[in-house]
Design a protein around this ligand. Structure first.
Ligand SMILES: Nc1ncnc2c1ncn2[C@@H]1O[C@H](COP(=O)(O)OP(=O)(O)O)[C@@H](O)[C@H]1O
Ligand SMILES: [Mg+2]
Length: 252
């Protein structure tokens, strides 16, 4: 299977002489198409730095990040903006929906910008809304929706352009457990039915247990990984808890 993401010897150093933090220290891994990968680690271990480097929001100090074969560490700003818009989908903790647009309009926006035929836009938005279970809120504005509905709308928006890679940083962070479960099930539907590839940072073992594989980061290095394989969610959850115990420190 083709690797959507290849990270090689990634290094990120913050600060300058006398006051430097090595946030990432030689991180390498691959993510094949259609895999749902979780990233876990203690607070300050480098999770967000990793996600921000992969998402091209932050620049790496050394190393390479290939997304569908393109080394994004070599792209200049205009090419980078274009690449981000075409190839990446983002899901943040705080939704980032536009308040003055309905759910339908929020999701359709990414396609409207690329001048897609309105009938194609309509069909595509309806399809994704159905898969994520939010058909009923398409006409609502963000203030009229629950947190979970907003987050699934944000997820629909992230995948409507069919990005190569979906990046999520603590997507369940602001949700109650029922909404979190619905969102995580939506992520599984994105992987199963739309072959989405997801890289998700989370401190929460329940959220992580929905992924196919977990990368554990410690002090900016890849500590270990856990593959779900044939395990059910509960078995995988128990294994995640075991690794967290070995990892030590407060996972946050
Ligand atoms: N902009 C920054 N400037 C300086 N240090 C930073 C910056 N961002 C993160 N760091 C440091 O890099 C390390 C990793 O941070 P981060 O990636 O946010 O960890 P996590 O998301 O796992 O909690 C921490 O020691 C943090 O203090
Ligand atoms: Mg973080």
């Amino acid at each position: 299977m083709q690797n959507i993401l290849q990270v090689r010897n990634l290094e990120k150093i913050y600060g300058s002489k006398g006051n430097i933090t090595k946030a990432l220290d030689g991180v390498s891994f691959d993510v094949p198409e259609g895999e749902y990968v979780g990233v876990m680690g203690a607070s300050g271990s480098g999770k967000t730095t990793l996600l921000n480097c992969v998402s091209t929001i932050d620049s790496a100090t050394a190393g390479n990040i290939y997304i569908e074969g393109t080394d994004v560490t070599t792209l200049k700003s205009s090419a980078l903006a274009n690449f981000r818009c075409k190839k990446l989908g983002f899901i943040f903790q705080d939704y980032n929906l536009l308040d003055t647009l309905t759910a339908f309009e929020n999701i359709a926006l990414a396609l409207t910008i690329t001048k897609t035929n309105p009938r194609v836009v309509e069909q595509r938005v309806r399809d994704i809304a159905e898969k994520l279970g939010i058909t009923g809120v398409m006409g609502k504005y963000p203030v009229q929706m629950s947190g979970g509905e907003r987050q699934r709308t944000a997820s629909a928006r992230a995948i409507v352009t069919d990005p190569a890679l979906v990046l999520a940083d603590e997507p369940t962070g602001a949700l109650d457990s029922k909404s979190a479960k619905a969102l995580l099930e939506s992520f599984r539907a994105m992987v199963k039915e739309m072959q989405s590839t997801i890289l998700m940072v989370t401190h929460d073992p329940f959220s992580a247990s929905y992924a196919d594989r977990i990368l554990f980061i410690r002090d900016g290095k890849l500590f270990t990984e856990l593959v779900r394989g044939a395990d059910g969610r509960k078995e995988f959850f128990d294994k995640i808890i075991d690794v967290m115990a070995v990892l030590g420190g407060e996972v946050a």
